[in-house]
Design a protein around this ligand. Sequence first.
Ligand SMILES: Cc1ncc(C[n+]2csc(CCOP(=O)(O)OP(=O)(O)O)c2C)c(N)n1
Ligand code: SF4
Length: 277
Amino acid sequence: MTEAFTVREYLRDIKLPFCAGCGCVTVISHFLRAAYELGHKDLSKFVFCSGIGCAAWIPSPHFKADSIHTTHGRSIPAATGIKLMRPDLNVVVFGGDGDIAGIGLSHLIHAARRNLDIIVVMVNNMIYGMTGGQVAPTTPLETKTTTTPYGSFENPLDVPSLVVTAGASYAARWTTIHGEQLKEALKKALTTKGFAFVEAVSPCPTAFGKRAGFEDVAEIIRWLRENSLSLEEAEKMAAEDLVKKIVVGEYVDRESSTFTEAVYKTIQKAEKSAKKK
Ligand SMILES: Cc1ncc(C[n+]2csc(CCOP(=O)(O)OP(=O)(O)O)c2C)c(N)n1
Ligand code: SF4
């Protein structure tokens, strides 16, 4: 089935806005391949939501699909409304780490807590890319950015672990160099009953690489390869040795009742009791 796949089938004829070497392009390709391998010949069963930022340009207006660009950090509330009105559709949120885990963090936590049946793909370039490279909640410790010229002094947020604690059904982190695993995680997310979260750690040569001291995108890719380790390997290591590592793998894969089910069940119950009166 994979032989005939071409990303062009799923994209409008509009030039993508990303810099050369940007991981957003890799994420597009793996996401569309995942959809294709699940039998989606087009994106008519999808709605895409995104906020503001480079990664927020992934779906809209490029995918041949219905999509909505919201304000910065507010893509999950829009997705919530769409999913409740159209539970038959795959509602997918794309966003950067600033959009999803910075300004939009509370929405992410509550969507996971509710086990809202949407898919959130967070493209983690470890910086605020579109605004020129400010420190983000995901920037690795001691990394130089425009707002931390002497290196970041904050611990980065481990977003997959956070959504697991909040109640997500599925959570995974891969990098764009783990192509096959990332695509498989996206397929799992798309078939998960409940809240599914996929983090794709992604190179941003322009805003992250230059400030953090990387010569070019090849050097960022080398760094991703050298610093990624599996959850199983990480379990055997001390916390202080993991500070600058990228722990990849599936953080959770479990089933429980979803927000949409709970809402519709409550509506039915209310209608039944109203009829009795
Ligand atoms: C309410 C609001 N605050 C701040 C901004 C400015 N702003 C635009 S994009 C962005 C962050 C982008 O970073 P991220 O979400 O990680 O996406 P990236 O560009 O790195 O893909 C910020 C702070 C805004 N547009 N709206
Ligand atoms: S600034 Fe970074 S994230 Fe934005 S398009 Fe360029 S490489 Fe990609």
